[in-house]
Design a protein around this ligand. Sequence first.
Ligand code: CTP
Length: 421
Amino acid sequence: MTSERTKPATKLPRRVVLGVCGGIAAYKSPEIARRLVERGVEVQVVMTDSAAQFVTATSLQAVSGRPVRDSLWDSAAEAAMGHIELARWADKIVIAPATAHCMAQLAHGSCADLLTTLCLASHAGVVLAPAMNQAMWLHPATQRNRDLLVSAGVEFLGPADGAQACGDIGPGRMLEPIDIVAALAHDGHAGAAVSGPLNGLRVVLTAGPTREPIDPVRYITNRSSGKMGFALAAALRSVGADVLLVAGPVNLRTPAGIARIDVETAQEMHDAVHQHVAGCHIFIGCAAVADYRPAEASPHKIKRASAERALQLEPSPDVLASVAALPNSPFTVGFAAETDNVRAHAQQKLLAKQIDIIAANLVGDGRGFDNDTNELHVFWREGEKLLPEASKSALAEQLVAIISDRYAQSTRAASMTSRVG
Ligand code: CTP
């Protein structure tokens, strides 16, 4: 009898081959297997030789409930279920972690071991959750392999951005097991369709507040939950965009399939954005960046008795305006949170910052911040649209539709100009 708890989730594949390659993130693979099995999915783990350096077959067998397969030449395992049979058995092949080496092999149709042979022999969809050093991920060879695999229909989950086991910071971290399973189940917003009008386009997006330190325990900040930015990231992903989210301090989970860099100050946000914005197609400034910061942060806690009462402030960088001012600037979208004269302020910011779209909303008196709903008035040079009050996810989807449309118009106009020129 199948209990309620072990019934397969409707949208999860029934049978998954979970491929485990040799990377430090392999220590998280048993958790992926466990979470899938808990949801009623049959999981057959296939590990590479080097995976055994990071995680044991015993652990993977214990959580999946099946002996782990690791060789094309295991006659007992082949007699029970040959590798072609196994390739046919799978509804989905999920490789987590997928190393640069594995991506290279798959991109070139190599079948050097059981895992790559299965991928070649199977009609099941292949999903990769890459994990590697950031320089390896950003290397043109890896990026070429990624593009080849995407064009062959392979789906990528991640990688996420952040601190790496080797001490580097950057893209290459495997998504968390919970996010991988959510994406497979398509039960997270971003797990849903990952193709659409922004297919393959790179979007860099800021979200949340920034914190400008006064001393080690005090800071200046803006009110912002980050919910709108995170909803936008998920909505962008769901229409195929490759999204990098640069987030200030927020208490939100990264939507599935989104790379994320965490920052604290406006300067850190500015630097992280400029490190990654080259070559991106669309930049969206959704963060509530602090406009001013203390000219000097005290290294020690300022004591009440000794404190000066006035803070010396200096302007912090305007991230959005600095991106819009780049020689080959991407299509840029900004936000404006206003307490009055929304239209006038928003239109003035659109022109002053030289951006393509501005989404404005009225804040204060309980509106906007921390709420799950909002209303947006979107302006661009030639038009405007009011998006009436709705959930931030619904607004994000509507705003992404406007962005996709305006972006397509701008690229059409650019290609006309270059043809005429
Ligand atoms: N922004 C930014 N960096 C800053 C300030 C703002 O990137 N230092 C971006 C925000 O992310 C938003 C847009 O600029 O997309 C407008 O932010 P807002 O704070 O409304 O505009 P300001 O230029 O700071 O104008 P003011 O505070 O005077 O209204």
